[in-house]
Design a protein around this ligand. Structure first.
Ligand code: NAD
Length: 499
């Protein structure tokens, strides 16, 4: 095993030695498939100085030329889709179909960024005072850091870097050290697309590299996605060092099913959103709030569907792949044990999954797990599990369901299933969550809207991509200009007013 995964700085792979490295695994087999370099502070400093230098030219490059590179990148990404998807599956473990879905959602952000000439337009007011015009422009920030989680190794960085680059910034991506290869492949595509060296850089690493990005005076903004404790740390440390920070955190997404809902649609949706990608999605449904009398019938429908799910390597046509690591698999299993101990009813137990393929016996698999009679005090309800575990909470009324969602510390996504438009409309208005689905279980906004949660699911006030993304990666400037003929009169020491 000699697959060294190293940094991409100034348009090439880093040639220097690594003080520290980490292992990269194929989660389906448990085999180590590579070794990733973990950047020291010095390596991050090299990347930042390269990005600062590249920014001097890139920020001055015309919108037309910047967009030409983006269009070329979009074409290359499309042409090499299968290679990208294979890399995601090899190190993350998700199925190829799921990886394809991830990539296509990331591509939307690239396509959105291709429209940057329109998105960056300012405004102009002629004649605000005699001979005076006012106009606004938006300019890039400089070097921006993007720190991403393991669960969407391609899509999450792509929420940010197309817009950051299109708006004239230079970028340093710090991918998850668990599945680092796909961003390196993307870096090579950027080069092929004609992006000047040093505009897109990748440093691999852990806390040491992240801390350097957070404190380096030449890094002007940080976009982070990951778990809530780290998101909070990133926000506090980055802002204390004068940076603009958006830090997206964890989730516990509730799906409310009202008595009038189509229960087959609700059951399909609960299974898709609860167990897709083995529950390792920040928009996964993990708490199903059944408003009685639907619970018995709905749980039976879900359990029947779960019994048909197949488990296997992501490269095969199975429904669910493995979890990311043995440590994470054991943590999720620990939550299932805790749920049983706390008195929840275990309807489907995924702790001993059936895997027929001997080659996968050391893979990090866990089967779909369904709990009934979960109560709000249980850890399986309070905490983010981030695995294939769906908890059903029974309530008597809509009001009780709403109260549960609103009192939960997380506020990333939620969904309501009902055929009553009035109830849905009331829910969308009253619920304290950033992204809401109506008969849609995973309401991930299109790239021209913005993605982000409320409460402990996001630190900072700017969501990802869409208009807010353009705003995040630029700063505004307002110009007041006077072009008068030479007969404008003499001195006036008063504060400027309109007239
Ligand atoms: P994580 O918080 O462990 O890691 C995220 C990033 O932070 C990685 O790049 C990692 O190297 C770095 N990091 C980890 N510990 C650090 C530390 N102590 N100091 C500095 N940097 C550190 O998250 P993860 O396990 O990779 O991803 C799963 C989490 O991400 C889940 O909580 C999930 O809900 C969340 N997530 C949220 C969204 C969203 O949009 N809100 C999207 C995807 C994932």
């Amino acid at each position: 095993m000699s697959n060294r995964i190293t940094h991409w700085i100034d348009g090439k792979f880093y040639a220097g030695p690594a003080d520290r490295t980490g292992p990269v695994f194929n989660p389906a087999t448990g085999e180590q498939t590579g070794t990733v370099d973990l950047a020291s502070t010095d390596v991050v400093d090299v990347a930042v100085s390269v990005a600062v230098a590249a920014g001097k030219t890139w920020a001055q490059t015309s919108l037309t030329k910047r967009v030409a590179v983006l269009f070329e990148f979009r074409e290359l990404l499309n042409a090499r889709k299968d290679e990208v998807i294979a890399l995601i599956t090899a190190e993350h473990g998700k199925t190829l179909e799921d990886a394809r879905g991830e990539l296509s959602r990331g591509q939307e952000a690239v396509e959105f960024a291709c429209g940057i000439p329109h998105l960056m337009k300012g405004s102009y007011s002629e004649g605000v005072s005699t001979g005076v015009d006012v106009y606004s422009i938006r300019q890039p920030l400089g070097v921006v850091g993007i720190i991403s989680p393991f669960n969407f190794p391609a899509m999450v960085p792509m929420w940010f870097f197309p817009i950051a680059i299109a708006t004239g910034n230079t970028v340093i991506v710090k991918p998850s050290e668990k599945d680092p290869s796909v961003v390196n492949y993307i870096a090579e595509l950027w080069k092929e697309a004609g992006l000047p060296d040093g505009v897109f850089n990748v440093v691999h690493g852990d806390k040491e590299s992240v801390d350097r990005l957070l404190t380096h005076p030449d890094v002007k903004a940080i976009s982070f996605v990951g778990s809530t404790p780290i998101a909070k740390y990133i926000y506090e440390t980055g802002t204390a060092h004068g940076k603009r920070v958006q830090a997206l955190g964890g989730a516990k997404n509730h799906m409310v099913v009202l008595p009038d809902a189509d229960l087959d649609l609700a059951a399909d949706s609960a299974v898709n959103a609860g167990f897709g990608s083995a529950g390792e999605r920040c928009m996964a449904i993990s708490a199903l709030v059944a408003v009685e009398p639907v619970a018995d019938e709905l749980i039976a429908k879900i359990a029947q569907r779960v019994s048909t799910l197949t488990l296997g390597a992501g490269v095969t046509n199975s429904d669910m792949g493995p979890l990311i690591s043995a440590v994470h698999r054991d943590k999720v299993r620990g939550y299932i044990d805790a749920g049983v101990e706390a008195g929840a009813t275990l309807v489907v137990d995924g702790r001993k999954p059936e895997i027929s393929d001997e080659a996968l016996s050391a893979g990090y698999f866990l089967g779909a797990t369904l709990f009934d009679n979960v109560t709000p005090d249980m850890s399986i309800y309070q905490e983010e599990i981030f695995g294939p575990v769906l908890c059903v909470i029974r309530v008597a009324t809509y009001e009780e369901a709403l109260k549960l969602v609103n009192e939960h510390p997380y506020g990333n996504g939620t969904a309501i299933f009902t055929n009553d438009g009035g109830a849905a409309r009331r829910f969308q208005h009253e619920v304290q969550v950033g992204m809401v689905g109506i008969n849609v279980p995973i309401p991930v906004p299109m790239a021209y809207y913005s993605f982000g949660g409320w409460k402990a699911s996001l630190f900072g006030d700017t969501h990802a991509h869409g208009a807010e993304g353009v705003h995040f990666f630029t700063r505004g400037k307002v110009v007041t200009s006077r072009w008068l003929d030479p007969s404008h009169g003499g001195l006036n020491l008063g504060f400027p007013t309109n007239g």
